[in-house]
Structures are given as structure tokens and as C-alpha cells.
Design a protein around this ligand. Sequence first.
Ligand SMILES: NC(=O)C1=CN([C@@H]2O[C@H](COP(=O)(O)OP(=O)(O)OC[C@H]3O[C@@H](n4cnc5c(N)ncnc54)[C@H](OP(=O)(O)O)[C@@H]3O)[C@@H](O)[C@H]2O)C=CC1
Ligand SMILES: O=C(O)C1=N[C@H](C(=O)O)C[C@H](O)C1
Length: 261
Amino acid sequence: MVKVIVAGYKGRMGSTAAQMVIDNPDFELVGVYDARSSEQNLNEDDRFKDQDVPAFHDLDQIKTDATVWIDFTIPTAVYENAKFALNHGISPVIGTTGMTDEQVADLQALAKDKQVGGLIAPNFGISAVLLMQFAQQAAKYFPDVEIIEMHHDDKIDSPSGTAISTAKKIAEVRQPKQQGNPDATETLPGARGAEYEGMRIHAVRLPGLVAHEEVMFGGPGEGLTIRQDSFDRISFMTGVKVAVEKVNQYHELFVGLEHLL
Ligand SMILES: NC(=O)C1=CN([C@@H]2O[C@H](COP(=O)(O)OP(=O)(O)OC[C@H]3O[C@@H](n4cnc5c(N)ncnc54)[C@H](OP(=O)(O)O)[C@@H]3O)[C@@H](O)[C@H]2O)C=CC1
Ligand SMILES: O=C(O)C1=N[C@H](C(=O)O)C[C@H](O)C1
């Protein structure tokens, strides 16, 4: 039985993850955490009325025998949450996006020091993991690329963690290139999107969307578009489940679900 605490349990992803843990006979939900909530028990939340699980709202108050910490919170909270988990020998399974490269490196060093396993996955969806792998493969032959990520309009961070991760994976194999016309100008600032090593990333925010990404490649006389869609947040739960099952076996903090698949 894997004992799990879920941080950000009131949010879109945290509540979905808490339900996944409750529904899985091999997992036990032993705590929930949300710094902005004042509930003492999960059963005070209408969606979880029959669950008797302690709810915490201050890191210092948390007393738990959890071995896995699932985190779907906000960019400004996740680093301290992950540090807390690692310092208490709890394996973090982090879906929250928006950490800096320095913060990730710090957490990896801490995990190694504490010999605690963990995972940071910018996307737990299998379609997104495959899209990133296919895009990396294509970039060897097509150095001209535009990444377009599309999300619901409540999303805080942009570009998405998945888009940044896609760009990093492409940059590992792509011959360095500043794309487009060197004399190009923007009549409206930002028209060409964000820049990562000469590639452009565009962030679309619209009600009705969940999480979607297209990677467009162009070459002389041809093009290739790779697209993935998360139509429902359930799409992320396969990956979260795998991570919860496996993460305690390791003694280092991985970045990317592919390391545990
Ligand atoms: N890796 C993946 O596969 C996926 C990652 N994500 C990422 O997960 C994160 C959450 O997304 P989503 O569920 O849509 O966002 P939500 O805004 O719905 O949920 C975030 C929750 O965290 C709470 N919160 C705020 N501060 C803290 C804190 N200090 N400690 C604990 N909880 C806190 C929020 O409370 P309040 O509402 O009161 O502010 C809210 O309930 C984002 O970073 C998103 O990019 C999303 C989908 C998939
Ligand atoms: O905020 C979201 O919704 C999502 N966030 C992650 C990201 O930033 O890549 C993963 C997925 O795209 C959904």
C-alpha cells in the first residue's frame, strides 16, 4: 500500500489526483494540503464528503506517514513544497509547472543528498510524452520549428511547462539556428511569440480548451505537424499512477515521465 499526500487538492488537477488515489486499491490517501484552505478534514469538501483524511494548510503542521507527495499547486509554492517532502523522506511526484532551472537543479541535489526518489513531470499525459519524443526525432531533419501550446484561460504560467520541455528536447539535437528573416520587425510587439534558442513558442489561452500542443516543422517544399490533445484531466492520471507506484524505488529526482515508463 502506497501512502500518499496530495498538495493542491482543491484545484482542478489536485482534486482529480486525490480521486485517483482514493479509487486505487493499492494507494491510500493519508493527507491533503492546501496553503489557502482552512479545512481540517477532506470531508469538509463537498466532493469528498465520505473521506476521513486530515487536511493541512501550513507546511510546519504536517505530520504524516506518507511516502509519496503529489503536487499540483502553483509556481510560487511548488519549490518549498518539494523541499519539505524531500527533507522529510517523502518522494515528490510533481506536476506543477513554472519552476526555474536553478530550482530544479537544487531539488535534484537535495534528493541525491537525502537519497530520496522523485519525479518532476511537465506533462503526465502519454500523448504529450510521445509528442516530445517524436518532435525531438523530427528536429534532427527539420531545424525550423514553431511550438504552439493551447490551454484553458485559467492557466497561470506561460509558456506551458510542456512547451518549454519540448523546446529543450529539440534544442538537444537541432543544429543551432536563428529562424526567420534576420531583418524581420514586429509591428505589434510579441507577434512572433517567445524565443528559445532561435525557435518560437506561442501560447494560446481560450475557455473550452484543456491542454493541447502542436509542433510545426517546415523545410524546403514540405512541412510536418505533430499534435497532441488532452481533452480531459483524466488523461494525466495514467502517468501520475505509474509515478506513485514506482517513485519510491529510486534515490534520485528525475525530470520527465519517460524515465519511469
Ligand atoms: N504535469 C502535468 O501533467 C500537469 C500539470 N499541471 C500543472 O499543475 C498545476 C496546477 O494546475 P491546476 O490544477 O489546473 O490549477 P488550480 O489553480 O486548479 O489548482 C492549484 C491549487 O493549488 C492551490 N494552492 C495555491 N497555493 C498553494 C500552496 N502554497 N500550497 C498548496 N496549494 C496551493 C490553489 O488554491 P487557490 O485556488 O486557493 O489559489 C489551487 O487549489 C499548474 O502548475 C499546471 O501547469 C496541470 C495539468 C497537468
Ligand atoms: O495548466 C495546465 O492545464 C497544464 N499544465 C502543464 C504544462 O504547463 O505543460 C501540463 C498540461 O499542458 C496542462
